[in-house]
Design a protein around this ligand. Sequence first.
Ligand code: HEC
Length: 147
Amino acid sequence: MVEQRTHKPLVAGSIPAPGAAAPGPNDLTVKHPVPANVQTILDRACMDCHSNHTRYPWYAEVQPVRWWLDLDIADGKRHLNFSDYGAYSVKRATKKAEEIGSEVREHEMPPMTYSWMHPGARLTPEEIRLLSDWSARLRDELGAPKP
Ligand code: HEC
């Protein structure tokens, strides 16, 4: 599937990473504006498996790689889909926000098998800290819904 690449900003003032697609109505960013520096990391390291905007690499044409990628993507999206995040219950969204922090701090995400083939997806300690701090803010935001 080839996504139409539009270059609308995801939130005012943010710069979409190359390949970033326009957000749908339930996209995370619709309810929870994401800082540009965090969005860039998410686009690079997470969105292939946790959004409806998968960018298949060239080798996805090769079976069974495509089959294997589809399994991982489907499973990743089932657990956490940033394109549906805005429709999650507060309870589910809060839990996922907490898990984002722990998964990246424990180097569980992005999965090692993915990083082998996408060295660019590896997170630096600084990026892990950025994602972890952002996920904590996201959780706090959900814990205190605005009137
Ligand atoms: C190659 C695909 C892939 C990439 C890239 C990826 N994930 Fe995942 N993710 C998965 C799969 C598959 C699961 C479910 C199985 C598991 O927990 O290992 C998962 C599970 C998770 C969970 C747990 C959700 C739950 O309910 O248990 C979180 C949180 C998460 N990922 C966050 C991230 C973040 C943040 C990034 C980027 C830094 C990322 N993932 C990158 C495939 C991916």
